[in-house]
Design a protein around this ligand. Structure first.
Ligand code: ATP
Ligand code: MG
Length: 568
């Protein structure tokens, strides 16, 4: 397959993060150890951007014989739920990665973090501040203006210890006090302007229950969690680059083991939004059917759509990692998907918009079992039989009453090959005069072309079309998907606009009267197929033995449409 334009240039054998790891191995910086982690906040489902981070963190650990932890960064009791934890674990496993027994929670470190906060108060490095959130913001200054010291900055150690203890004991309402690091209100980096370490939140935490009413900030938790776990390379996305000086400051102030943080560019994809907050909005406002709606860029959405883990992993490999933010063309993801599905999915026949075809000279009670190849790219996939009979259904698009020049399918007087069946010639058709709709086609077949082989006279046909036997086919609903958004950058909206204004009203089309070959009756949820000439499809969880339901994973490269266009 030629390399499409949107394929990035194959990058050198290694990326900048692996280059750092290799150099560290060479210099024995971490005693030859590589220990990474994937640290999701359990406040939503994982998306394809997280998959990039998962492939990177688990992939590097695998490659250098190291370990990768799964750590839930659960410092915000308000937004976090067990449902998300379970889903995140399922998705990582499905992607093919294993954290073994290293499943950690930042909340497991709450006691240690509290002790460290007390240690910092004792060392004069932290103080209790009574400014409310708004005042705290005002005192903070701006990028161009330095901040002002809090009037509570110089409290004595005793007073701070007492107040912090009482914060913990639940004496004060939410938002009335914080614990802050005493760094520098004039620092150029705003993150260093006496950042908040602890805030009061009287809320039940999904793991620690009501034990705490003060919770550490993410910034006071993340670096220390990495330190506690002995992480060597703490890989995160670029927006944390200017938090690094703060993490370093905490680690130095506490005098604890110091992992190395490395930032990389987050993945953005065209026609997609990737922030959990926005995805949650789509779910909550029922603009999609759920987190696993096959149009969602979530891992569970992609799974339901029919993506294979290998296709996602390969995509992550192809895009590589860089230091510069960019947006990847969604066609590249689809390209990686097609490559994988082409190799691994069995071919079947389905009439999505069925049109009846009667072979007038075929015996009425005859049913022939025709042998069909499951996967021309994989001989080990073997063959199956497909029943052939006098009444068939073909694709409505495969017949034209008045075919244009380069239309090589069926038309009055034309001959085509029915794949694995016979050559048939169209002798007549029935049209509903009121609606103009063709309702039935009549043909004759050539018995000397069994299996779709050329006849002894060497006659050739230009078109091969697919079909199902009317008496044997199974009914199916097929869901066709298009991009969820109409704009390549859905976040690009006028000031008073909303990203949801860019939702594609035609992103889902349901065909409820499809007919598929009988072998599909036993397909299991998640099974993937190529419907010949139409694309890749998989069995949806809604599928039942009464009504099969398929999702179109991705279309084939649409050369038919091109030919059709040229012919008209
Ligand atoms: P979002 O902005 O989508 O809510 P997040 O960064 O808040 O994502 P986390 O649960 O904190 O979500 O992410 C876990 C890990 O995944 C972090 O290390 C984060 O850097 C990484 N990650 C999140 N989004 C992306 C992305 N688009 N590309 C690459 N890595 C990502
Ligand atoms: Mg985050």
């Amino acid at each position: 397959m030629p390399t499409p334009e949107f394929m990035p240039k194959p990058n050198s054998s290694t990326d900048f993060i692996r280059a750092i790891v290799e150099e560290d191995m060479r210099t024995n910086k971490w005693g030859g150890k590589v220990h990474t982690r994937f640290p999701p906040e359990p406040n939503g489902y994982l998306h394809i951007g997280h998959a990039k981070s998962i492939c990177l963190n688990f992939g590097i650990a695998q490659q250098y014989d190291g370990l990768c932890n799964l750590r839930f960064d659960d410092t915000n009791p308000v937004k976090e739920e067990q449902e998300y934890i379970d889903a995140i674990k399922e998705d990582i496993r499905w992607l093919g990665f294993d954290w073994e027994d290293r499943e950690y929670y930042a909340s497991d470190y709450f006691h240690q973090l509290y002790d460290w906060a007390v240690q910092m108060i004792r060392a004069g490095q932290a103080y209790v501040c009574d400014l409310d959130p708004e005042q705290t913001r005002e005192y903070r200054g701006t990028l161009t203006e330095s901040g002002k010291n809090s009037p509570y900055r110089d409290r004595s150690v005793e007073e701070n210890l007492n107040l912090f203890e009482r914060m913990k004991a639940g004496e004060f309402p939410d938002g009335t006090r914080t614990l802050r690091a005493k760094i520098d209100m004039a620092a150029a980096n705003l993150n260093l302007r006496d950042p908040v370490m602890y805030r009061i939140i009287h809320a039940n935490h999904h793991r620690t229950g009501d034990e705490w009413c003060i919770y550490p900030m993410y910034d006071f938790t993340h670096g220390q969690s990495d330190s506690i776990e002995g992480i060597t390379h703490s890989i995160c996305t670029l927006e944390f680059e200017n938090h690094r000086p703060l993490y370093d400051w905490y680690i130095e102030a506490l005098g604890i083991y110091h992992p190395q943080q490395i930032e990389f560019a987050r993945l953005n994809l065209t026609y997609t939004v990737m922030s959990k907050r926005r995805l949650l909005e789509l779910v909550e406002e029922k603009l999609v059917s759920g987190w696993d709606d096959p149009r969602m860029p979530t891992v569970c959405g992609l799974r339901r759509r029919g993506y294979s883990p290998a296709a996602i992993r390969n995509f992550c490999k192809v895009i590589g990692v860089a230091k510069m933010d960019s947006t990847i063309d969604i066609q590249l993801l689809e390209h990686c998907l097609r490559e994988d599905l082409n190799k691994h999915s069995n071919r079947v026949m389905a009439a999505m918009r069925p049109l009846k075809l009667v072979i007038d000279n075929y015996p009425e009670d005859l049913v022939e079992e025709m042998e069909a190849t499951n996967n021309p790219n994989d001989p080990s996939a073997g063959t199956r039989t497909v029943p052939f009979s006098r009444e068939l259904y073909i694709e409505r698009d495969d017949f034209r009453e008045d075919p244009p020049k380069k239309f090589f399918r069926l038309g009055p007087g034309r001959e085509v090959r029915l794949r694995y069946g016979y050559f048939v010639t169209c002798t007549d058709f029935i049209k509903d005069e009121k609606t103009g709709e063709i309702t039935e086609i009549h043909c004759t077949y050539d018995p000397q072309t069994r299996g779709g082989e050329s006849p002894p006279d060497g006659r050739k046909v230009k078109g091969t079309i697919h079909w199902v036997s009317a008496a044997h086919a199974k009914r199916a609903e097929v869901r066709l998907y298009d991009h969820l958004f109409t704009k390549d950058n859905p976040n690009d909206v006028p000031e008073e606009g909303d990203f949801k204004d860019n939702l594609n009203p035609n992103s889902l089309e349901i065909l409820s009267d499809c007919l598929v070959e009988p072998s599909l009756a036993t397909a299991a949820v998640g099974d993937r197929f190529q419907f010949e000439r139409q694309g890749y499809f998989c069995v949806d969880p809604n599928s039942t033995s009464k009504k099969l339901v398929f999702n179109r994973t991705v279309s084939l490269r649409d050369s038919w449409a091109k030919i059709e266009k040229k012919g008209e």
